[in-house]
Design a binder for this molecule. Structure first.
Ligand SMILES: NC(=O)c1ccc[n+]([C@@H]2O[C@H](COP(=O)([O-])OP(=O)(O)OC[C@H]3O[C@@H](n4cnc5c(N)ncnc54)[C@H](O)[C@@H]3O)[C@@H](O)[C@H]2O)c1
Length: 328
């Protein structure tokens, strides 16, 4: 009869395989988030297979050709040649790997509501190959509750139980595209599992590529943390946008004001006027939280106001003081 539960030995085995890097990793979605992460794990010594539905991307990786500015082809080539990094369009590889990290897009619908199609499709694919001992990690930015309300039921429809048969964690990506200062290594990683073992295994894993891993008590905390970080930026960009407009009317140099404010060593963080918000994250992610808040009859005033002020035709501000505009 097939075993339906992990033994203490299985758990120890998974732990040891993460510790000694013999655990194999599958990264679903090889974009701005997935490819750098896959490469980081491959360079740390893990066997990594990237799974992407885009054949062109997969072919490029296989030939060691990067399609991202942040990743030099030479780095990619080295990992591929060394046998540590592979890419495929065939999802059945998910059965073999020990750890699956989901890095698929989370766009908005035309009515600015969360579009979880990619997460649902990727999770359904994973569910087809889910087995005892798998660790599944969601990295895509999304609203609090997604891991528990969307991903978990799809995985549990297989009959496997989280914390008993497999593990499930949310860990937000904090990549700052284009930045040389902040990398996966020196940006702390937050992990929140469905239960303690899920958190612990994910924390052990990320400890190989990140100098600091912060464990939180649930996926919801980790999910909210990520959207809050992006709302924080959106609101501060809006604030400096508005200030810039007022300064213009009052004939005050806003740059000089910001420079003066920046001399305060506490309680202030500079954001600078610019053309509005851009990139993948800041214009989108706050709407995820705004949408979820409605379920609780809660009006997120700051998000709405910042979105209004940050519209390109009205906007003025950017987050140049915080690194690249629009990074995640
Ligand atoms: N780009 C950033 O700066 C950034 C930063 C932090 C977080 N994020 C978040 O990370 C997530 C991924 O963003 P991204 O910028 O890497 O997206 P991306 O569009 O660059 O890449 C996503 C990849 O996933 C692939 N894909 C989609 N569905 C798939 C499936 N079912 N199976 C296999 N592959 C699939 C696509 O072909 C694409 O290559 C999003 O939730 C985003 O909000 C992005």
């Amino acid at each position: 009869m097939a075993r339906t539960e992990l033994t203490v030995n299985d758990l120890r085995n998974l732990e040891n395989r993460i510790k000694d890097k013999s655990a194999e990793i599958g990264v679903v979605g090889l974009g701005y988030v997935g490819l750098p992460l896959a490469l980081a794990f491959a360079e740390a010594g893990f066997m990594v297979t990237g799974i992407d539905s885009d054949k062109t991307r997969v072919n490029k990786i296989t030939r060691g050709i990067s399609y991202l500015l942040d990743i030099e082809s030479a780095r990619l080539k080295k990992a591929v040649k060394g046998g540590k990094l592979k890419a495929t369009v065939i999802p059945s590889i998910l059965r073999r790997v020990d750890i699956i990290i989901i890095c698929v897009p989370t766009p908005l619908t035309s009515t600015k509501e969360p579009d979880l199609t990619y997460i649902v499709n990727a999770t359904n694919e994973i569910a087809r190959y889910l087995r005892l001992g798998h660790l599944v990690i969601l990295e895509s930015t999304t609203y609090p509750g997604t891991t528990r309300e969307i991903v978990l039921p799809l995985l549990e429809s297989t009959g496997l139980r989280v914390g008993v048969d497999y593990f499930l964690t949310f860990s937000p990506e904090r990549i700052d595209p284009g930045s040389r200062k902040f990398t996966i290594r020196n940006t702390p990683k937050v992990v929140g599992g469905m239960e303690p073992k899920s958190t612990r295994f994910a924390a052990m894993l990320y400890g190989h590529v990140s100098d600091r891993v912060l464990e939180v008590s649930s996926p919801e905390v980790a999910e909210m943390d990520k959207v809050f970080e992006n709302v924080f930026r959106s609101v501060n960009i809006a604030l400096v946008n508005e200030l810039a407009k007022l300064c213009e009317k009052m004939n005050i140099n806003v740059w000089e004001v910001i420079k003066a404010a920046s001399s305060k060593p506490f309680g202030y963080m500079p954001f600078f006027p610019g053309p509005g918000v851009g990139g993948h994250c800041i214009p989108l992610d706050p709407h995820y939280l705004e949408w979820k808040a409605r379920e609780y009859n809660f009006n997120t005033h700051f998000i709405a106001l910042a979105g209004e002020i940050n519209q390109p035709e009205r906007g003025h501000g950017s987050e140049r003081g915080q690194g690249r505009v629009g990074g995640g």
